[in-house]
Ligand binder design. Structure first.
Ligand SMILES: Nc1ncnc2c1ncn2[C@@H]1O[C@H](COP(=O)(O)OP(=O)(O)O)[C@@H](O)[C@H]1O
Ligand code: SF4
Ligand SMILES: [Mg+2]
Length: 319
């Protein structure tokens, strides 16, 4: 059974709109509600372009919503600036697809790991070696890697360095955006095992964002399935294989078992193309690809409704 913990980070009716050519508006996220619970993992899955990274950046305070609120421990942090923003960001850190590759090839691992600690005045220059060794050991890498350069390590080792850097400031929340997507399958598994271990040791809250539902479900207490900027289903991770109810989630799940498909490509199991986030239809965002579409689906946008503890669906089939 899904049991809720303390809400720690919440998106409340969050939309992010980007201006597009010809005065049009691109809806990357539309009225999204999400809750991260302390010590738990929320998976966020869906096809490429459905708005996962845009949501991740707003949760991590790297971008601001066009509308709606981001709440951290019940406090509205949407419009923080300056030092208050810097202090809040410290508690919500992000891991990207290949974070260590983003650093200068001239930086040693030690400098990559200790930069946040030096920026916040937590350690002095002469304490960097010991701090780097401690962080490397936390992610199960040898301490002498501190003198290596990122480019001389494997993808999996670089991602461990990325996780160590993100955890250097002891944040309460880690937002992993496609953090394992560039890695081989066996290395992905090792990184997920590491994240689960770190979560248990530190009561860490994780948002694990990935286009691959089969990978997300292996570590998520709850999964938000996104489609064209909307959350269409929120489901306990353990139930996603057998209890997914939204027609879009069912397409994703059937594809796992039938095709071993690549979720970074548009799904093939429905005939028509996904509408662009520039031309969102009135009503349900999935209507032109859904085999169950009814008149009401073209007129009224379905909202998330709870059908069981921890399970919500936005679909007129389940009114
Ligand atoms: N800075 C931006 N300016 C304009 N459009 C953007 C920007 N960032 C993202 N988008 C658009 O928003 C939509 C969602 O993108 P994104 O959040 O990156 O999706 P995902 O991470 O699920 O692949 C896409 O249509 C993308 O092209
Ligand atoms: S609301 Fe209608 S169109 Fe949308 S997924 Fe449900 S049945 Fe299909
Ligand atoms: Mg993305």
């Amino acid at each position: 059974m899904f049991r809720k913990a303390d809400p720690i980070l919440e998106a409340k009716n969050v939309s992010r709109v980007f201006p597009a050519s010809g005065g049009r508006r691109l809806y990357a996220n539309s009225d999204v509600n999400l809750t991260l619970y302390r010590g738990r993992t929320l998976g966020i899955a869906g096809e490429s372009g459905c708005g996962k990274s845009t949501m991740a950046r707003m949760l991590a305070q790297l971008d601001k919503p066009t509308k709606g609120e981001i709440r951290f421990k019940g406090k509205d942090i949407t419009h923080l600036r300056g030092e208050a923003l810097r202090q809040t960001r410290r508690h919500i850190q992000m891991v990207f697809q290949d974070p260590a590759a983003a650093f200068s090839p001239k930086m040693k691992v030690k400098d990559i790991l200790c930069e946040p600690l030096l920026n916040f005045g937590i350690i002095s220059k002469k304490e960097t070696e010991a701090a780097a060794v401690r962080l490397l050991e936390m992610v199960e890498l040898p301490g002498d890697f501190s003198h290596r350069y990122a480019h001389s390590m494997s993808g999996g080792q670089r991602q461990r360095v990325g996780i160590a850097r993100a955890l250097a400031l002891e944040p309460e929340i880690l937002i992993c955006d496609e953090a394992t997507s560039a890695l081989d399958v066996s290395v992905q598994r090792n990184i997920i095992d590491l994240l689960v271990k770190l979560q248990q040791e530190r009561n860490l809250t994780i948002a694990f964002i990935c286009h691959d539902v089969s990978l997300v479900r292996s570590m998520s207490h709850q999964i938000a399935i996104m489609y064209l900027g909307h959350v269409v289903e929120l489901i306990p991770g353990k139930l996603v294989g057998k209890c997914a109810m939204h027609p879009y989630t069912q397409v994703l799940i059937n594809a796992i078992f039938s095709l071993n498909m690549d979720f970074s490509k548009p799904i093939q199991s429905v005939d028509s193309d996904a509408p662009s986030p520039l031309d969102l239809p009135a009503g349900c965002p999935f209507q032109n690809r859904c085999g169950h579409c009814m008149k009401i689906c073209r007129e009224t946008k379905p909202v998330l409704r709870e059908t069981a503890p921890g399970h919500q669906i936005a679909c007129h089939l389940y009114r």
